[in-house]
Design a binder for this molecule. Structure first.
Ligand SMILES: [Zn+2]
Length: 434
């Protein structure tokens, strides 16, 4: 279903008129209400009156994660604290978290955008949705929860963890939709099998909405097979609003950005210039409608492509590709750039390989060493020397031919690598500690 027909299917011309009108308004608004933006813009010689066309957005200085951290907790608010209705925070890897604030108006936008994402995925009012994200400061759980409710579905706020109980709830409460990270979906499938369930027969699941970590097409295909569901990807980040920025429709050909609320640009992370149409770049987002804590030209560090061609589902909004990785996560192995998601794609295309892997990067002398540990799908293969060597060679060969990287490949037993209940962390780069 298309949740907001007016805004999701308007012509590009109409949409751009709306975007420009909202852009002018929001830039004036932050300039007047948030001293941080006024200072920054004055210093850069930028004034909101300079916005005449959408292209003029390129004249505005970027906002970075460090700006949010430096202004912790309330420095970027455009309204008095008394106007806030909800406060979330993203987990900082070190030190203080990044705080995200919502007014009543922002909460409405958030719920609508999450409802659109649910509609994009194919969620219907009679669905029963089990949300297996951790409830709390993290925006993922409550965001998708509110979106599914707004569509009219019933929500089971199962949260994350205690996977055996999750499996019991999925089965007994006849959940038709699973909301989780892709890695946790695989964990649920694994535990269901371990408990002796036949997923096709014992469960009512039909659809999965996966977000909060990047995952390859091949990983989705694996989840679809294991849980017997249609899988969709969605994208958001708490600094911008949380989930609700974009979601994949049934055509599975990119995630529709809710462009009337979030204006997207793609830039080259080094030169900071816009990339050419169709090229890979870093996603930059501007919130066009939030009034509590708008962000203007926020550098997400997420790498993707944008496709403005019409989609068969009827929506006219631009589609972003799956996130290839974060610009911070890109590994440079002996001069070759590679994202962990690309390694994942290569691994998942090999049928004898299981769905769990780890990547470890070290440096010996001046030489980068990449080790890929991956579970085999069937443990009996490990006792068949010939088959084991063949598979080993195949993995090494595919990594070399497809990604131009030489890796030390270790094939390990099923269920021997670490599992994740929230965001997966499969990469250890030990070079950074040297
Ligand atoms: Zn579509």
């Amino acid at each position: 279903m298309i949740y907001d027909v007016k805004h999701e299917t308007m012509s590009r011309e109409e949409l751009e008129v709306l975007q420009l009108e909202r852009l002018k308004k929001i830039v004036h608004y932050v300039y007047e209400k948030v001293p941080f933006y006024k200072r920054k813009y004055d210093l850069a010689g930028f004034h909101p009156d300079m916005i005449k066309t959408l292209k003029d957005i390129q004249k505005i200085p970027f906002t970075e994660k460090s700006d949010l951290r430096d202004n912790y907790p309330y420095g970027l608010l455009a309204v008095p604290i008394s106007k806030l209705k909800r406060i979330h925070a993203s987990s900082g890897t070190s030190g203080k978290p990044t705080v995200v604030c919502y007014t009543e108006h922002d909460m409405e936008i958030w719920k609508d955008c999450c409802a659109r994402v649910c509609g994009q995925a194919g969620l219907e009012p009679d669905d029963i949705v089990q949300v297996c994200f951790g409830y709390g400061l993290f925006t993922g759980a409550l965001g998708m929860h509110q979106g599914a409710e707004r569509i009219g579905a019933a929500v089971i706020p199962a949260s994350a963890g205690n996977t055996e109980r999750q499996v019991m709830l999925l089965k007994d409460l006849k959940a038709t939709v699973l909301v989780s990270t892709p890695s946790y979906a695989l964990r649920i499938a694994e535990i269901a099998r371990k408990l002796g369930y036949d997923i096709k027969k014992d469960f009512s699941l039909r659809l999965g909405l996966f977000g909060s970590e990047s995952s390859s097409e091949e990983m989705h295909a694996e989840i679809a097979k294991q849980l017997n569901i249609f899988t969709t990807d969605n994208y958001g980040l708490s600094e911008v609003i949380g989930p609700g920025v974009s979601g994949e429709c049934y055509k599975k050909n990119g995630m529709h950005i809710n462009e009337d609320h979030f204006y997207p640009e793609l830039i080259n992370s080094d030169t900071l210039e816009p990339v050419k149409p169709g090229e890979i770049g870093e996603l930059v987002l501007t919130t066009l409608t939030k009034d509590g804590m708008p962000v203007i030209r926020y550098r997400t560090k997420d790498i993707c492509t944008l496709d403005y061609s019409p989609c068969e589902c009827g929506r006219t909004t631009v589609r972003m590709s799956k996130i290839l990785g974060r610009s911070d996560d890109m590994l440079i192995i002996r001069g070759v750039n590679v994202f962990p998601s690309q390694i994942e794609s290569v691994l998942m295309e090999i049928p004898e390989i299981g769905s769990q892997y780890e990547i470890i990067v070290t440096r010996e002398g001046n030489m980068d060493k990449l080790e890929v540990r991956v579970e085999v799908a069937d443990g009996s293969l490990l006792t068949d020397y010939k088959k084991l060597m063949d598979l080993h060679q195949k993995v090494q060969h595919n990594l070399r031919v497809i990604l131009q990287i030489d890796a030390l490949v270790k094939l390990v037993e099923p269920l021997s690598l670490k599992r994740f209940e929230g965001k997966a962390n499969r990469v250890t780069d030990l070079r950074k500690k040297n």
